[in-house]
Design a protein around this ligand. Structure first.
Ligand code: ACO
Ligand code: ZN
Length: 167
């Protein structure tokens, strides 16, 4: 069966992750980020939020992914009270494919899916030294909401960054 492409940039295609793609996602995560998760965690997120777990591929090879969750809690924007929030849990593009717009497309496509699920904002945590990722989020209108000291196991701080969705 043809897999449904949801977006394209150049020869790259973005489509929903499927169960058989999860191992490739785990491999990209292992190569690109110090934050790893149990295999179970990926399959759980995929089962619960299949429309916001996307992969990017070229010539049948997966070279990037984004996985997100929908949560309900206090707004990270200057809004009062509770909000339905999209949470970008992890996004990565294999090093040799960066700078071609794939990260941007993964973010935008998952944000559209989170908005369709009723999220009014989106947030994420990012290492304070991760300037490429911070530049990507700023380009997409994310603002720093707070800073979490010693958020990562190695002691580094995180920025919580958030943006409004669907307005
Ligand atoms: N230096 C500075 N900024 C950069 C660079 C760079 N080398 N590369 C990309 N950017 C910024 C720019 O703002 C760029 O926008 P522009 O091209 O319009 O100027 C923007 O990122 C988007 O570039 P893309 O090509 O769309 O993004 P890319 O496909 O390169 O993916 C990503 C960006 C996902 C951050 C990638 O660098 C990556 O995988 N890094 C390692 C993993 C990682 O750090 N993931 C994020 C962790 S935080 C989290 O997961 C919530
Ligand atoms: Zn997070």
């Amino acid at each position: 069966m043809q897999k449904a492409v949801v977006a394209r940039v150049g020869d790259y295609q973005v489509r929903r992750c499927e169960r058989e793609d999860v191992q490739a996602v785990i491999n990209i995560n292992a190569e690109t980020l110090p934050e790893h998760y149990s295999d179970y965690f990926y399959y759980e997120i995929l089962a619960e939020f299949p429309d916001t777990f996307l992969v990017a591929e070229i010539d049948g090879a997966i070279i990037g992914y984004i996985m997100c969750r929908i949560e309900y809690g206090f707004s990270h924007l200057k809004r009062l009270g509770l909000a339905r929030k999209g949470h970008v849990v992890s996004v990565a593009v294999a090093e040799q494919h960066r700078g071609k717009g794939i990260g941007t497309l993964l973010m935008q496509t998952s944000q559209e899916a989170m908005a369709r699920r009723g999220a009014t904002e989106v947030y994420l945590e990012v290492r304070v030294t991760n300037s490429e990722a911070i530049a990507l989020y700023q380009k997409l209108a994310y603002k720093t909401a707070s800073r979490l000291e010693a958020y990562y196991k190695d002691g580094e701080a995180a920025l919580v960054m958030a943006a409004a969705l669907g307005q």
